[in-house]
Design a protein around this ligand. Structure first.
Ligand SMILES: Cc1cc2nc3c(=O)[nH]c(=O)nc-3n(C[C@H](O)[C@H](O)[C@H](O)COP(=O)(O)O)c2cc1C
Length: 170
């Protein structure tokens, strides 16, 4: 599978089979995360992987789709321990974690797993449930598992709308 094929295969999965994810697959997926680039190579990401059904259910209950996400084989709490801001004014933490999470999503897709980014969740409740310290930010959750739905053709803008060369021409 080429990288572009894995990118095309990824979609936001909103129905999961009641099936756990093999440890060998998780190992490959987190190797893909580990190799992600990060600002100043700080590698400021920390991942808490939830596979226990009770914990998944409690975390999923704080999201916008509790019934869907609690069935996923895993929910990943993707955290950052950085509050640094780059010279360009952008925060390091969310950018680094987002890159690593998309590595995770694409590697998962290549292995026949599906994922869904979850930004709609209660960060204070999830932090308390998982013993995540106050100074650590949960940047996003991600559901992952064997899909029980099918990928739909993604709705995307044509390239002319999002791309120009040399100068801003939008
Ligand atoms: C940062 C981020 C947060 C998201 N949060 C949620 C969410 O809380 N719940 C959900 O069902 N989907 C969530 N999504 C999925 C988006 O709705 C989805 O990526 C978008 O509609 C494009 O569809 P596709 O991923 O199937 O290509 C999120 C995606 C991103 C990138």
């Amino acid at each position: 599978m080429t990288l572009l094929e894995a990118i095309r295969r990824r979609y936001s999965c909103r129905a999961y089979q009641d099936k756990s994810i093999e440890q060998e697959k998780l190992d490959i997926i987190f190797e893909a995360a580990r190799l992600a680039p990060s600002a100043k190579n700080t590698q400021d990401w920390r991942f808490v992987v939830l596979t226990d059904s009770q914990i998944k259910r409690r975390v999923a209950e704080t999201t916008n789709r509790p019934e869907v996400f609690q069935k996923a084989g895993a929910i990943i709490a993707a955290c950052s321990n950085s509050d640094e801001v780059m010279r360009c004014g952008q925060a390091i933490g969310p950018i680094d974690v987002a890159i690593a999470l998309e590595h995770i999503a694409l590697q998962a897709a290549e292995l026949g797993l599906a994922t869904c980014w979850i930004g709609s969740f209660d960060t204070d409740k999830v932090k308390a449930m998982l013993d995540i310290p106050a100074d650590i930010a949960i940047i996003e959750l991600m559901a992952m598992g064997y899909p029980a739905d099918e990928r739909k053709e993604p709705k995307r803008e044509p390239v002319e709308k999002i791309l120009c060369y040399q100068k801003w021409k939008f």
